[in-house]
Design a binder for this molecule. Structure first.
Ligand code: GLC
Length: 567
């Protein structure tokens, strides 16, 4: 079911693009990308066919965590540009039909934010309770067992006022106290300030964080494995993931919906399980999009991904829009994580991302198959994930230094990758731009970039403005087959050829560029790691949007069986 309330939900079926501003294009020659660089390449993004861009943090910051430590929510980081440039960026993007989302960091501020500076000035200061302060535990120990994202205690002792303050990330990122109503009011103003400037929405950092347990109870031990199970042996039941956070999103949603062109709230919902993910959509009154980390952390495997997709679609409220992504600035790039740099797999992964119902978020460079870059220790910039010198384990969700996926966009084959206008050393070293770059791939329609662009074109034509229905089809081991709207997707996740039923309609795209070979009878044979998108012929009723795969009708099940693959 799609919403028929007369308000266009432009993110339905849309392709968003996460653009790490510092690494996109440096137009002022200081070695950092900037807003001028974003403006200069809007035509590229429009050519690529995305519908909106999410800019990594653009607000003033001491950059202890590269912008995720905000010192002014109503400004533009001077290293990246000016407010005039931001206004121009939004206007120029708008002329090309591109929406602009900003990164909003409500879980914590920078310790340089005036609120925290004031809060630290004394126990009676006006902003003291904007943050989470607590008396020491027995013997002067931290108030509880919470650990931060580096595995250290999440509390820092503040000698002048003789209390600890909470920071679930670095000590320079004190957590805000969402039990304080004035924090809500402050963020209401932040939202309105940017919405009024034409920002189309926000990606909300640490969206499942915000509220902390009022009694500051110890987190329980975590026995499960994997990055979503917890961190450093703890399950963050009390330091994050509190039910009160949902009320924040209901409030923000009312603000977002108060604009004639509804604004989008996209949450970084770092939670396990489709039910918990679904809770962030509320009753269509919280976030409109919530990132799906079980999907991110799955492997590119036909035994794993289809189950996650089915579970997601089964659990999201009717009409909700799922969002699929595989790379970001924290977890690394899918061409490395999922594909080990194998171009066949990169093409197949792009096909999946582009043909699942809902919204897709590409990370800059995904479209050319950019892989992670080895950044030598001496050049690493990230304080949160780097180091390891102290012998502490690093958070496994980041799988190494996050710098590896934050290197300059590879625009051309020159040694500097076409990233900087200056003769300076870029802030992070570019990867192998001689082999993988936009200029070469743009000249070759058969390239990964050409494939990605064609996928986005098909996606927009078929899915634009809706959440199309999804119907899994039976597939042999190593294969995944599904209908999405009027399309049928067949994908071979194995090293051997796989035979399948012909979807009947014309093949619109093949990841290898070649049509699948004819098999016995009405079958097709997909080459190893080949995927195709075909139009479904004679498919009966289209799968209904929001349909739960498990609830498929007997007739659909019979049809599915009939169309089953055979090996
Ligand atoms: C989110 C961001 C990450 C940042 C952290 C703290 O997870 O994606 O980059 O370090 O929050 O703000």
């Amino acid at each position: 079911m799609n919403h028929e309330d007369g308000r266009p939900r432009w993110w339905h079926g849309a392709a968003l693009y996460q653009l790490y501003v510092r690494s996109w294009l440096d137009t002022d020659g200081d070695g950092f990308g900037d807003l001028g660089g974003v403006i200069a390449r809007l035509d590229y993004l429009s050519w690529l066919g995305v519908d909106g861009i999410w800019l990594s943090p653009t607000m003033p910051s001491p950059d202890e965590d590269w912008g995720y430590d905000v010192s002014d929510y109503l400004g533009v980081h001077p290293e990246l540009g000016t407010m005039d440039e931001m206004d121009r960026l939004i206007a120029e993007a708008g002329k090309r039909g591109l929406r602009v989302l900003l990164d909003l960091v409500p879980n914590h501020t920078s310790s340089a934010h005036p609120w925290f500076v004031d809060a630290a000035a004394g126990r009676d200061s006006a902003h003291r309770d904007f943050y989470v302060w607590a008396d020491p535990g027995p013997g002067g120990a931290p108030p509880n067992n919470w650990l931060n994202a580096t595995g250290s205690p999440a509390w820092t002792w503040h000698e002048p006022t003789k209390q600890y303050y909470l920071h679930n990330f670095l000590p320079s990122q004190p957590d805000l106290n969402w039990w304080q109503p004035r924090v809500h009011q402050a963020f209401d103003e932040v939202l309105r300030f940017w919405f009024d400037r034409g920002v189309a929405g926000f990606r909300i950092d640490v969206a499942n964080g915000l509220y902390k347990d009022a009694e500051l109870r110890d987190n329980p031990a975590e026995t499960g494995a994997g990055p979503l199970a917890g961190k450093f042996g703890q399950r963050p039941d009390y330091s994050a993931n509190r039910p009160e956070t949902h009320e924040v999103y209901r409030r923000w949603r009312r603000i977002a919906d108060g604009y004639p062109a509804a604004r989008l709230l996209l949450g970084e919902t770092w939670v396990d399980g489709a039910d918990r993910l679904a809770s962030f959509y509320g009753d269509d009154d919280e976030l409109q999009l919530a990132f799906n980390f079980p999907f991110v952390f799955a492997s590119l495997d036909a035994g794993e991904l289809p189950g996650i997709v089915a579970a997601t679609l089964a659990r999201l409220p009717a009409g909700a829009c799922p969002v699929w992504t595989a790379s970001n600035h924290d977890v690394g790039r899918f061409p490395t994580r999922w594909c080990g740099g194998d171009e066949r797999k990169i093409r197949l992964a792009l096909l999946l991302l582009a043909t699942l119902p809902g919204a897709v978020v590409l990370y800059y460079g995904d479209e050319i198959g950019m892989t992670d870059v080895h950044v030598p220790r001496a050049r690493q910039q990230d304080k949160m994930s780097g180091g390891g010198d102290d012998g502490r384990p690093r958070f496994e969700g980041w799988q190494g230094s996050r710098d590896r996926a934050r290197t300059p966009m590879q625009w051309d084959g020159s040694p500097g990758a076409g990233f900087t206008a200056g003769i300076v050393t870029p802030w992070l070293p570019p990867g192998d731009s001689a082999t993988v770059n936009v200029a070469d791939q743009r000249a070759d329609p058969g390239s990964v970039l050409g494939l990605c662009r064609e996928l986005l074109r098909i996606r927009r034509a078929e899915f634009g403005g809706q959440v199309v229905g999804y119907q899994p089809l039976a597939a042999p081991p190593g294969g995944w087959a599904y209908r999405a709207g009027d399309l049928t997707v067949l994908a071979n996740f194995s090293d051997r050829p796989v035979a399948c039923q012909d979807p009947g309609g014309p093949v619109l795209l093949s990841t290898t560029g070649a049509a699948p070979a004819a098999g016995d009878g009405a079958g097709l044979v997909l080459a190893p790691w080949q995927g195709i998108v075909a139009r479904t012929a004679d498919a009966g009723p289209r799968p209904e949007a929001g349909q739960r795969p498990a609830a498929a009708s007997a007739a659909t099940a019979a049809r599915t069986k009939e169309r089953a693959w055979s090996t």
